[in-house]
Design a protein around this ligand. Structure first.
Ligand code: AMP
Length: 217
């Protein structure tokens, strides 16, 4: 299955992406993670992306599209994949359609996670992420057992540089303006599943899986 996850920052996409991809046996292709990896490795592309990410702006298409194209060409993506964070604009959506059409494919399903704005801002402001395995925690709702330490791999927990108040508001604005229209496009195609992303992680995951097992339309 070629699956796209949509939804505002902080809605829990990353966590659900890992769970759903594992259940379906397909790789997760997360553009935010790939860009952060590139920065951590000190590549020119990573350095260029970092300036935009810190401001809560979108990284230029010329940078992002190349990364995605290269990733989707790898053999493990041949049997399907889950995209988290791409496409983020209608233009990127068109590019994705074009890339997939080259091998006779298309986006099969899109899952659109929704949550009220207050919930999102609260989740993002308290989010802590493992620098090693990327597991997500929340200082209030899902604190690690030992402060600052990842319970899954022992890595150090960090606050993402874009999870600070001014940047959070900017990211939400960018999302509403540039990314939200994609949901309407996938709804028009009859492949959109809208999932309320409040409550327990496992409940949301089961909801997603139930919907994906049904045929689209
Ligand atoms: P995320 O980890 O998905 O919240 O993405 C973090 C940041 O990475 C975003 O705020 C953007 O600056 C950048 N980014 C991730 N995916 C894309 C994309 N598809 N297009 C442009 N910028 C992106």
């Amino acid at each position: 299955m070629r699956l796209v996850l949509l939804g505002p920052p902080g809605v829990g996409k990353g966590t659900q992406a890992r769970m759903v991809a594992e259940a379906l046996g397909i790789p997760t292709v997360g553009t935010g993670d790939m860009l952060r990896d590139a920065f951590a490795l000190g590549t020119p592309l990573g350095k260029e992306a970092d300036g935009y990410m810190k401001r809560g702006a979108l990284v230029p298409d010329a940078v992002v599209i190349g990364i995605v194209e290269e990733r989707l060409r790898r053999p493990d993506a041949a049997g399907g994949f889950l995209l988290d964070g791409f496409p983020r604009t209608l233009e990127q959506g068109t590019v994705l359609d074009r890339i997939l059409a080259q091998s006779g494919g298309k986006v099969d399903r899109a899952v659109y996670f929704t949550a009220p704005r207050e919930t999102i801002v609260e989740r993002l402001s308290g989010r802590r992420t493992c620098g090693d395995c990327r597991a997500a925690y929340h200082v209030k709702f899902d604190p690690p057992l030992a402060e600052g330490v990842c319970g899954k791999c022992g890595g150090r927990l960090i606050q993402r540089s874009d999870d600070v108040p001014a940047t959070i508001l900017q990211r939400l604005e960018v999302y509403e303006r540039q990314t939200a229209p994609l949901a309407a496009e996938y709804r028009r195609r009859g492949i959109l599943e809208e999932v309320p992303a409040e409550g327990a992680m496992t409940g949301i995951f089961e909801d997603v899986m139930r919907r994906l097992r049904r045929t689209a339309g």
